[in-house]
Design a protein around this ligand. Structure first.
Ligand SMILES: [Zn+2]
Length: 421
């Protein structure tokens, strides 16, 4: 057996009974040899059972990403078994099997005819052993171009929330106002950058959304296991963090995405940020001191936590010399983030940049408030600016101020994390 970058593989069983022993073993997503993660891949396979040689021009196998070990998943073993029995019946010593173009469809979303591979459902560990849904095929992965999310981000009736670098939810707001959402389904990205959702979840969506999604639908590349989406959905190792932490996670994701795409590290004072992160928690009584402490920590992390000179470098990469603002060399974090967001959101025509950016200006006001040399007049001016920006009646209403600020920071960093992908 060749290992790593395999194009040809052979499995040999001395007898049919030996094959049946293997058939009984349910192969998992974790490699038995090294505990690495396996992914489903297509390969040329030869399977020898006793004296019969069965060739499959494409068969799905589980391959460990770490050590290259290969395992036969359940449905592929079923196909081998069927091929063996056919060879015995026809008295063939050598059998060649081509993958048929047969595309089984499950009883979900029958009207939209999404492209997906039913073999994923039978081969990827765990998907068919789903106790929650009685109709077969619910957890079939359906793949889309990631542009679908950018499209839905631009339409106000939808909500797209990402809460880690590759896992989030996609929802349609309820127009009657009775519920928060008409439907709300999880999505993820696989290691190939494709957007993945479950077929059964898609069936909860309205016809209009399904029709739009269909335009972004692509064929399965079978990659799913090594994603936060699969790991979280199958093993519940991840639960949605509170909004306060989502903001921090999305800031990190934004920095990582920029680093990957432009090789520019815009992070700054990483240790200091980690210290400040400990102060980020939902207030208990919403006293002015308590709220100010959390908001001030956000100021340190979300404004001072960006490297101004690196962001100028990024600005120069994103904007050609004749596009640049005359005064950009004197800009600080907030203006630079605004310019970067403007460029990233170029395909979103209805984004209200001033409102999306407003929470960072509020953080800036808070920092001024903490300046002990500020005169009484200046203090009330800053407070006035904060309540006007956030649309709050009174500065004493700290709970409303806090909730509105957090809500807006979440929207801003959600945009930065998704659009920088
Ligand atoms: Zn391994």
């Amino acid at each position: 057996m060749d290992i790593g970058g395999v194009i040809f593989m052979e499995f040999a069983f001395a007898s049919y009974d030996e094959f049946l022993e293997e058939y009984k073993i349910y192969r998992l997503d974790e490699c038995r040899k090294c505990k690495g993660r396996c992914e489903l891949v297509e390969n040329d396979i030869t399977c020898i059972i006793e004296n019969r040689s069965l060739h499959f021009n494409t068969l799905l196998v589980l391959r460990c990403k770490k050590c290259g070990a290969i395992y036969l998943p359940e449905y592929s073993k079923q196909m081998i078994n069927y091929a063996y029995k056919t060879a015995v019946k026809k008295n063939q010593i050598i059998g060649v099997f081509h993958s048929k173009e047969y595309k089984k469809k499950f009883d979900y979303c029958k009207d939209t005819d999404f492209d997906y591979d039913y073999k994923d459902y039978y081969n990827i560990p765990g998907l068919r052993y789903d106790d929650e849904h009685s109709v077969e095929g619910f957890l079939t992965p359906v793949y889309f171009e990631k542009g679908a999310l950018v499209y839905f981000l631009a339409v106000p009736e939808y909500e797209v929330q990402i809460f880690s670098d590759s896992y989030g939810y996609f929802a349609h707001k309820d127009s009657s106002g009775m519920y928060q959402y008409d439907w709300n389904v999880p999505f993820g990205f696989n290691t190939n950058g494709k957007l993945v959702m479950w077929l059964g979840d898609i069936s909860y969506m309205d016809d209009k959304t399904r029709a739009i999604l269909k335009g972004f639908n692509v064929s399965s590349d079978h990659l799913l296991i090594d994603s936060e989406f699969y790991q979280a959905q199958m093993k519940c190792i991840f639960s949605e963090p509170i909004t306060e932490y989502k903001i921090l996670l999305n800031k990190k994701t934004f920095i990582a995405n920029i680093n990957e795409k432009y090789s520019i590290d815009i992070s700054h004072l990483t240790d200091e940020c980690q210290q400040q992160e400990k102060k980020v928690k939902r207030p208990v009584v919403y006293s002015e001191t308590e709220v100010t402490e959390v908001i001030n920590a956000y100021d340190k992390i979300l404004i001072e936590g960006f490297d101004v000179s690196k962001m100028k470098e990024l600005y120069e990469v994103m904007y050609s010399s004749n596009e640049r603002d005359k005064s950009y060399t004197s800009w600080k974090s907030i203006k630079l983030i605004e310019a970067i967001l403007n460029k990233l959101a170029i395909s979103i025509h209805n984004m209200d940049i001033a409102s999306v950016m407003s929470p960072l200006y509020v953080l800036h006001d808070y920092r001024n408030l903490l300046d002990h040399l500020l005169s009484i007049d200046k203090i009330s001016e800053k407070k006035e600016h904060i309540i006007n920006t956030l649309g709050v009646q009174n500065f004493d209403d700290q709970k409303t101020i806090y909730n509105e600020e957090i809500k807006r920071l979440n929207i801003l960093f959600n945009y930065l994390a998704i659009l920088s992908r």
